[in-house]
Write a protein that binds this ligand. Structure first.
Ligand code: B12
Ligand code: SF4
Length: 488
């Protein structure tokens, strides 16, 4: 049985997805033949034209860049690349992992190059919107929740002509009707094999940090999150998978150390991005054991932390493990908005404390911020800029809030993720949800200049305001100002 895994992604959005890498490892362990079709390095004519959106504060220059690594790649369409892969590999099953934002692109591709074998889709979108996926005639099956056991069982079933209708976590169609089977208990994360990175283009391992290039990628030691933030899909996932067991689950420090050691030895990986929703959710005892086991590996890593769970003791342990960078979710500089709209209860004071603790430990701090929030004013956006300024963070990532299906925000505001033409509204059009008191154009202008307001002195702000526009003069001005900001 030959299974082709598919990773839909934006061009050069590097990093090996943990879900697919784990699925690949499990499939191989059970004797199945696996290959990968990855969108990340398919250099299409449109992706070449699109400028890479790099936040000037994030990276120091390195001797070579990601663009240097792809300079000799041929320009081809996704359809050409996919068709060539199908011809060469001849899969018996196509297994696609899709977030909401990539699902339409997947369907377009399957329409242009119809495969001659069944197609299953797993990941966040099929878990939260199973019917949206199964209603597409290009899709035969879906996976709701974890896929390790289901994918193996389905592969064997299809190979041997067995009955798949009872497989747990499976959704399928029969005589025009949709069936979604019951869920199976969550898997014990300690029995999973090391993620298989060998299927992926090794340029995924390019990791620039502070002017040096390391090798490494994403790693997760937990799944789920106990948080209840209104814009996050975790609430919907917890609900969809409520019969599977405790939603926030984690593997033992021994498993983490063994797997990271393996990735270091086999791929030369020494720089990891822990993609766990928040590492600070682990208790001190757990972190202590983790520190003991990770210290001898001499790895470096970046991770996400929730400010209200950050303590000096925990940060000391993080540092001992090799933590060099942390992202803190601020989301809004206005406490009332953060609490009322986002259901995040930490105060600005608590955020300041957490950032100070991290910085004092020599950890590089970046933040996550959102704009375009329900009821948000222009003044509120400047409160977010001002908080970041006060915190003197190395980089501030900013997004326009997007009400993903299943989130509290999506049902509170009755938003639809498909527009009137039936297309999924892309992240690039998040401002069209028009939640805030500002116009979508103003929100987009603030997104484009957020970093300039943050980095340049206030006397430049009138000029930055002019650079918020979308006309060519404004874009030119923005570029000039960015050059000044990089040199500060
Ligand atoms: C790491 C991460 C990233 C990384 C890597 C993404 C990746 N593909 O791995 C990066 C930084 C690139 C990223 C980017 C984005 N992300 Co992100 N990301 C995550 C995060 C924190 C962890 C993902 C992970 O590794 N999980 C662990 C693995 C083991 O789980 P898994 O991937 O779900 O896979 C399991 C099952 O789903 C299933 N499965 C998965 N695929 C398949 C396929 C088949 C065939 C089968 C059978 C089963 C199956 O089996 C797997 C093993 O059990 C999640 C949060 C979360 N809790 O999932 C958000 C999350 C997936 N991201 C999200 C979003 C919104 C984004 C962005 C759009 C953010 C933005 N505004 O730019 C971008 C995407 C756009 C872009 N340009 O890439 C949302 C997705 C919401 C949605 N409805 O789609 C999430 C859920 C965050 C959230 N809580 O809201 N992200
Ligand atoms: S936003 Fe972060 S803390 Fe909140 S529920 Fe999602 S993953 Fe958990």
């Amino acid at each position: 049985m030959r299974i082709l895994l598919v990773h839909p992604n934006n061009y050069l959005n590097i990093g090996i997805p943990t879900g697919l890498a784990t699925l690949a490892a499990v499939l191989k362990q059970r004797g199945l033949v696996v290959d990968l079709f990855d969108f990340t390095f398919v250099k299409t004519a449109s992706s070449v034209k699109r400028p890479l959106n790099v936040n000037p504060g994030i990276y120091l220059p390195t001797v070579y860049t990601l663009e240097d690594l792809v300079v000799d790649d041929p320009v081809q369409s996704l359809a050409e690349a996919f068709s060539a892969k199908l011809k060469a590999f001849k899969p018996d099953l196509i297994a696609i992992s899709a977030m909401t934002s990539y699902f339409d692109e997947v369907i377009d591709l399957l329409r242009q190059v119809p495969p001659r074998c069944p197609v299953i889709v797993g990941g966040v979108h099929s878990t939260i919107c199973p019917k949206d996926v199964l209603l597409k005639k290009e899709i035969d099956f879906i996976c709701v929740g974890e896929g390790e056991e289901l994918l193996v069982e389905l592969s064997y079933c299809l190979a041997k002509g067995g009955n798949f209708t009872e497989l747990e976590n499976l959704g399928y169609k029969k005589n025009g009707r949709i069936f979604i089977n019951r869920c199976r208990p969550f898997i014990d994360l300690n029995i999973l094999p090391e993620p298989d990175w060998s299927l992926f283009d090794q340029r995924h391992l390019f990791r620039p940090f502070m002017g040096r290039v390391y090798r490494g990628s994403f790693y997760t030691m937990s799944r789920g999150c106990p948080g209840q933030c209104t814009y996050c899909v975790n609430g919907a996932m917890r609900e969809a998978l409520k019969d599977c067991g405790r939603y926030f689950r984690f593997q033992s420090p021994a498993t983490t150390a063994r797997q990271l050691g393996y990735l270091k030895e086999h791929y030369g990986a020494t720089w990891f991005k822990f993609a766990d929703d928040s590492i600070m959710l682990f208790n001190e005892q757990y972190l202590e054991e983790l520190a003991e086991r990770l210290e001898p590996l001499s790895i470096q890593f970046g991770c996400s932390v929730r400010p209200e769970t950050t303590t000096e003791r925990k940060v000391k342990l993080l540092k001992r493990m090799g933590c060099v960078a942390a992202s803190v979710g601020i989301e809004s500089g206005n406490e009332a908005l953060r609490k009322r709209v986002l259901n995040r209860y930490m105060s600005n004071q608590k955020i300041k404390q957490a950032v100070e603790i991290l910085k004092n430990a020599g950890i590089r701090v970046s933040t996550f911020n959102m704009i375009g929030l329900p009821g948000e004013t222009r003044k509120n956006v400047f409160e977010t800029i001002s908080l970041n300024k006060k915190l003197k963070v190395e980089a501030a990532n900013v997004y326009i809030v997007y009400p993903y299906p299943g989130t509290v925000l999506s049902w509170q505001y009755k938003t639809k993720f498909r527009d009137a033409t039936g297309k999924i509204i892309p992240v690039s059009r998040a401002s069209s949800f028009a939640f805030s008191t500002m116009s979508p154009t103003e929100v987009e202008g603030l997104l484009a200049t957020f970093d300039l307001y943050l980095r340049l002195p206030e006397k430049k702000w009138p000029q930055i305001r002019k650079a918020e526009g979308s006309c060519s003069a404004a874009i030119r001005l923005r570029q000039q100002l960015y050059e000044q900001a990089v040199n500060i």
